[in-house]
Design a protein around this ligand. Sequence first.
Ligand code: FE2
Length: 434
Amino acid sequence: MKKQNSMAKLVSMNGLQHAGYLAVAKTRAKVLKAFSYVIPIRRPMLFVGETSCDELCDMLINEGNTNVFIVTDAVLNKLGVPTRVTDYLDQHNISYTVYDGVTPDPTFKVVEEGLRQSLEAKCDSIVAIGGGSVIDAAKMIAMSQGNDCAPQKLIGILKARKPATPLYCIPTTAGTGSEATLGAVVSDDETHQKALSIDPRMVPLAAAIDPIIMKGMPAHITADTGIDVLTHALEAWMSVNASVETDYYAASAVKSVMHYLPLAYKDGSDLKAREEMGIAAHYGGIAFNKAGLGYVHAIAHQLGAHYSIPHGRANAIVLPYILDVNRDSSKKRLAALAKRTGIVKDSQTNDSNLTDYLITQVRNLIEIVGINPTVKGMQVSDFDKIAKAAAKEVSDTYAVPTYMSASEIKDILMKIKQASDGLSDNEETSDKVA
Ligand SMILES: [Fe+2]
């Protein structure tokens, strides 16, 4: 009896803790919504197509910039990708310095070294050529240079006092949509803990979606980054802070990914598919910039940190489980999305069928693009830490349709582990190149 009483007390305490968590999370969601209404978030000028890099350079030159700092990574530099820009700058007698020191998940040291080189060369503008890590590093360099401060001083929300040094972005992957967003992530050099800087001043002045640059992306990276786009769009669509504006961009991105990702995965030189995926990534960025993300990203960030899984792949592993969790709370919304994007079958007449079909199509897409939905080396002993961190990320940052307790998150982790243990013989299917 005594044991029952203490168990009842424990359950009631957990219930109280969860109620407190819910109250805080919902209040923060409302604050975030108010923030997105009060603080205007501009959009970069967008150039699309095979001449988009030239058009972006024309804009940079016409705005009076004469000395450009180009931020990229060593692999892209070795492949000669920045020559798309440097050749054009050479033709127009514009000086430039290339910094190719950006690493995946850039640290403060990477940003500081870029800042040092940009200041030393007296550069007046910055062009980022790369994936999300390069663009995030370039954002931090531009903000630090513009504000004459160390990048560490910019961690948090609205820490800048002055505009960034003029920043232009050329994404080489169709994934993060970082060229459209107001945030950047930097990792601590020692602890590798990630820190976030959020400021509308960080949004680049312009972005170029160039399918020629994207056609060199390997199939498995096309798959991973493409599912990242889909996740941004779906989480923004399901967010309780979604609006007519974010719905437009989220639905457009979902429709494009469902149609064009299999094409871009199968044939990397399909320029139409590459371009549409690039636009979808940009639109996904615009949508989640205001509506926010959710549990897929919160859990995927932890899986990435604990088990070194690429971001998009971690999203692909978690996404179906969270769609199942939100199936009832987001049924009307997901059914509306299915209708709006044409992901329907003739026989489907009610919201339940439409939602189920949409979720099935998402699972099918993940399979079509060869993503192995497993995690190597998952440890039950990590679950507590992962679940708490994911729950905190959601309550701090997102406005989700269904809030989960830490134990519900752990149930999902257990399902992923069980699926991973059962499928471990089929690993690395996503590394094949189409
Ligand atoms: Fe993402």
